[in-house]
Design a protein. Structure first.
Length: 272
């Protein structure tokens, strides 16, 4: 590290030089010698604290780093990845696609959240978009592209709490009697098992539900909407057994051909 003066009469004659961790020389010009020395001292202090980052890497565009971040999220289920890619493409990249990572401030991120809220997005969607943006910056910090993430102290919109309505056994029976017979099994199974809609849509008479046992085995959920695939359900519900109502456990006879279809058939469209 050194500070030297150029003799060519340029407006910024003082040059501060140092070498990066990879051995490459870095330099910056200043008008005054004291400014060059202070900047050089700061670079040295950052290196000693382990907080130094290459200024050239911090100029990487946000949109340029996103594919690297998304490719590293190998743990995501296909449906979760599809949702994340959609939010990233339609909302997050509009924030600062061409902005250098090192130039984005907390104020910029807060403005991004406010713009999403003003556009009418639900608080939960705004939160998901923010978490994706925060993940991009966190990944950049871990890869030493930037020293700190701008996603600090960001205020997110609060979702309005809605009072939950719980149906009694009589309410469920009335709903099953009133609804189209094609969907009676779907309603009964949802009420008595607490399964998610995706899990319900993937259930079939066999092997998910046996006529000899009043239990359903949850092993997969459909993705994308409209057909079933082998994607396991999320959370603790993966490959679990649940009790089903008698209407569904009788699927070995007429129920399988009527009430269970098309709701619980792998080839049928999923009712919305």
């Amino acid at each position: 590290m050194a500070v030297s003066k150029r003799r060519d009469g340029r407006p910024r004659p003082w040059i501060a030089r140092y070498r990066s961790a990879g051995g490459e020389e870095r330099s910056k010009a200043f008008r005054r010698k004291i400014d060059a020395e202070r900047w050089l001292a700061t670079q040295n202090a950052d290196r000693l604290r382990g907080e130094w980052t290459d200024p050239r890497l911090s100029r990487t565009a946000f949109g340029e780093w996103v594919p690297t971040y998304m490719a590293a999220r190998v743990h995501l289920a296909p449906s979760t990845r599809a949702t994340a890619e959609s939010l990233m493409r339609n909302h997050v990249l509009s924030c600062c696609r061409d902005r250098p990572l090192g130039s984005v401030t907390g104020t910029d991120v807060q403005g991004f959240v406010s713009d999403l809220q003003a556009a009418g997005l639900a608080p939960s969607t705004v939160r998901q978009c923010y978490l994706l943006a925060r993940g991009v910056f966190a990944s950049a910090v871990e890869s030493d592209l930037i020293a700190r993430s701008p996603c600090r102290g960001i205020h997110l919109p609060k979702a309005a709490e809605k009072e939950m309505r719980f149906l009694g056994a009589g309410d469920v029976d009335s709903l099953v009697d009133a609804i189209d017979t094609r969907y009676a099994s779907l309603v009964a199974t949802a009420a008595h098992t607490g399964a998610r809609f995706g899990e319900l849509a993937a259930l079939t008479c066999s092997p998910s539900i046996s006529a000899c046992s009043p239990r359903a085995t949850v092993t997969c959920s459909p993705h994308p909407w409209g057909r079933c695939c082998a994607e396991p359900p999320s959370g603790a519900a993966s490959s679990c057994r649940r009790c089903v109502p008698r209407l569904v456990s009788q699927c070995g006879s007429t129920t399988c051909g009527t009430a269970m279809s098309p709701c619980l058939s792998p080839r049928a469209s999923i009712p919305r």
